[in-house]
Design a protein around this ligand. Structure first.
Ligand SMILES: [Zn+2]
Length: 125
């Protein structure tokens, strides 16, 4: 389960970040996951529950928001969501080849390909 590895990394980063504070309890962690990642929300939440056991994050809520994939095209300047993206065309962990909906040129992915913590709510001791 890919999600466990991802969540382990995230939790490790959060705990390192929280070392600078004296934390009494953590209520919520906001996670933004890009639609281009093949991460499942249910699996992430489940992994989070397991991985945070015995840490200050235990019992906190993992609040997941999704970020749509956006692309920008160099040749014609198109910027927008990559709506026609087919997720069946590529296997997990590989990078899909996207093309511009207008000119079919090569595009750069500007959003939706990462998974990151965007916020946290906790009480200081
Ligand atoms: Zn274009």
């Amino acid at each position: 389960m890919h999600e466990v590895a991802v969540v382990s990394e995230i939790v490790r980063a959060i705990l390192a970040e929280l070392e600078d504070y004296s934390v009494a309890s953590v209520q919520e962690v906001d996670l933004l996951i890009g639609d281009m990642t093949s991460l499942g929300e249910e699996q992430l939440s489940f992994a989070y529950e397991i991985v945070t056991q015995g840490t200050v994050l235990e019992g906190s809520l993992l609040s997941i928001r999704r970020e749509e994939v956006r692309i920008s095209c160099g040749p014609c300047g198109f910027e927008g969501p990559a709506e026609s993206l087919s997720y069946d065309d590529y296997a997990e962990h590989s990078i899909p080849i996207l093309s511009c909906p207008l000119c079919k040129g090569p595009v750069k992915v500007t959003a939706g390909q990462s998974c990151r913590v965007v916020g946290m709510r906790f009480e200081e001791a």
